[in-house]
Design a protein around this ligand. Sequence first.
Ligand SMILES: C[S@@+](CC[C@H](N)C(=O)[O-])C[C@H]1O[C@@H](n2cnc3c(N)ncnc32)[C@H](O)[C@@H]1O
Ligand SMILES: [Zn+2]
Ligand SMILES: [Zn+2]
Ligand SMILES: [Zn+2]
Length: 892
Amino acid sequence: MSEQSGSSQGRQERTELPIERGFPIERVNEIAAKEGRAKMYYRPIYTMHKWWARRLGCVFRAISLYTMLDDPEKVSVFEPGHEGSTLASYGDDADGKSDFDVASLLERVDMTDPESLWELYPKDVRVEDKKILDPFMGGGTSLVEASRFGAEVVGNDLNPVAWFVTKKELEAGQTDVEELEEAFEQVKEDVADEITQYYKTPCPNGDHDADVMYNFWVRELDCVSCGHTVPLFKDYRVGKGRYGDNKGTYSVFCPSCESVVSVDDWQNECACNECGNSFDPSDGNVGRGNYHCTDCGQKYSVTDAVAEQDGYGLSLYALEYYCGTCDDQGKERAAVKGYKRAEKVDRDLAQEARKEWEEADELTQFVPQSEIARGAITESSSISGNDLFQHGLEDWTDAYSPRQLLCLSKLLQSISEVENENVREYLLMAFSDMLRTNNMLVGYEHSNNHINHIFNTNSFDVPQAAAEANVWGTEYGMGTFQSIWDMVISGVEYASAPTERWVDDGEKKETPEFAKPIGENFTLSQGDMRKLDYEDEFDAVISDPPYYDNIIYSEVSDFFYVWLRLILKDEYEWFEPEYTPRTESIVSNPSEGKDVEDFEMELREGFEVVHESLVDDGVLTFTYHHSDSESWGELLESLCDVGFEVTATYPITADLHKFISGEAVSFDIVVVARPIDDTEPASWNSLRRDIYRTARRTRTQLEENRDLSRGDIGVMEMGACFHEYSKHHGKVQRDGEIMSAKEVVQEIYGIIQEASDIGVEDVFIDLLDTSNPSFDDVNKLCRGTNANPEDLKETHLYNQDDGFELGTWDNEKRRAYIEERVNGEGGDHLSDLDKLQFLRYRYEKGKAVQNYVDKWGVDDDLRELAGRLADVTGDDAYTRVLGDRDITSYGE
Ligand SMILES: C[S@@+](CC[C@H](N)C(=O)[O-])C[C@H]1O[C@@H](n2cnc3c(N)ncnc32)[C@H](O)[C@@H]1O
Ligand SMILES: [Zn+2]
Ligand SMILES: [Zn+2]
Ligand SMILES: [Zn+2]
């Protein structure tokens, strides 16, 4: 090990990466705010298929940029839109002074100004010889973004659905869109008419058929007292009027004559203009888990009735239609698209579909036969509070209507016949994603006229009214096969010529197309990442590991898996099992008997594997949640235990004001960690001082140079403090005992939250630790603290009369000042520092100290300050003057 001084002791020489020095969170957040609301528009590659808790692409693009660029020799920058030509002003600029010199862009990144490298965010940047791993790739965001920089990317996930989705994202750049379009046309020819015939209804405005966008069903139960069939309406809204005179009105269902009528105010008593019945459309008959009979008023629990009556009944009560014929005739919008009552023909059509389905034995192989596995999400639990079984669901097919099963199986059969495997898989992906809008757990949002898909929450909800969508789709309506396919096509097109959208001076911008497609060099695997056995292979691991019980991926993903499996099990062995893997899943999940500690242990095992897989000077950059100091301590502890040092942390979502006031609050964070050979012993007293100083320096620099909230600054301070700590992990002594990382985190929290505690004494100690201090140092060290140079001057902690001198215990002016106070009337105004310096002086002169010690008493603060002074000066007389007696027995 090289002999180096100060903070770099015990570490090999290595390049400090841009992300360890600074990260432009302001710029990233600016884009994230917009991208989060328009993902489809920013990066359609990620809207081809649902994955839970996907990170935004802009976050991983920025992380990639700041993590992978280290050697300017191996970076080339292309101007998007200019095929293959390196920008002369970038890269090998001979005089090295150009603003666009990569070496200088890299060099200039620091905490106070991380933005130099940001200039490359909208450029087509390529790095050579970088190999990146994400062992928890999920929806593949990290890999897609890293691949755009030309890195070789390797990904893994336990979940086969994640594997499939990411694979299709990374293959998209090499996929021919025309081939996809042709195959879609073939499937369309094959089954579109057969499917759409089941979504027709008489147009209310002419003698022809209209297309059904949605069939609205209400769940029903019998009254336990009178036997009456009770539809479970929370309220009677069908949808909000959108066009012309309709605007602002509501279509509501009249419970008396069952027609759909328009009312101006759905929240008050109205008269039905069909039958004259007077009713309040907002007043339904189900709420808080109970329903009451519309006939006799009997009240009863919904779930009890479901159990006793073997599930719900379903009744079709309204439809939303679109009429192409009326549209072609130029009729007004309100006539072309609207709500209507359900008639006998509509019920008959559903019945007909049911009949066909019941007789279509050859199609059953195209629907899953699996039961819904019991688990923390599917079964009533503390996690979601929903329970599919209590709502009468047992098999996955119970989530669909017979018409849906008929149409879905026909469609899947047709897809299975597509010859080209790659093309077939894109169709299959569209099919899979479409399932979440084509099942009977989908509800309808009356106030914005659209359906909500089933994963609005990360669990399964069973709404009382279901919106059964048109599987193939018509001109309008979301989540249909047709519309999801369009999204897949956009994703594939984007993959071969991606662009970047960013914000420049408040203005939204978009680059021309990049010449580099997504994902040219990738390898993916499925399995428990703890079984990966890479050794010294990767330059960086860029990832987003699981977080406690945030999402139970195995359970929610079964929803897609049981269908995908029908087609993929013959191709890929990981689609053979009936369900997605549960036991190896890193998560806290009560239904697997895994608690918080199990999760923490599993994640630690994961970090160990990550450590193994990295080259010596590799880096781990990952996103994580932050919710409380305890989970933070845990994270730091496991990273350090497996041989990492944390070198920086950054917040990536706003609203951190609570963090600084110590309230529990959760936000996302980026953690940067690097392998470390060995740690150095340190006393808590001296480390604490370093941490104080680091926190203060970080704060001052950030406050002075950047426009960040206190909370944002707090997170970065924390990263800097972690960095100080991790160099000494496992070897920090306090009162003869080794401190755990968790204890240190608690302390760091205290230090950061009470940053304003930094006062005169701390500054003075820092001055003692500065070689040849000057007035400049006083000034600098006071910034961002409670102390100001004036305070120090008045108390003679420094004097400038004959050049700069520090007010140490043996400094004459300082001594005179203290003595005057000790002997004067204001004896009780002595500061701890005054006292200690006074005692130190008497000790030197062999004078008695005990009487003063007795008089003043020794508390923790005094003892601690003595320790810090002893530490920084190497003079333990400071602690000796206080004696060995402990505080409690003192004075007895
Ligand atoms: C937070 S998600 C990743 C999300 C991803 N970054 C994205 O943007 O979509 C974590 C992933 O870890 C996976 N996972 C959980 N346990 C695992 C294990 N033992 N081995 C590999 N992957 C695992 C889950 O399936 C999940 O996809
Ligand atoms: Zn009526
Ligand atoms: Zn009744
Ligand atoms: Zn019509």
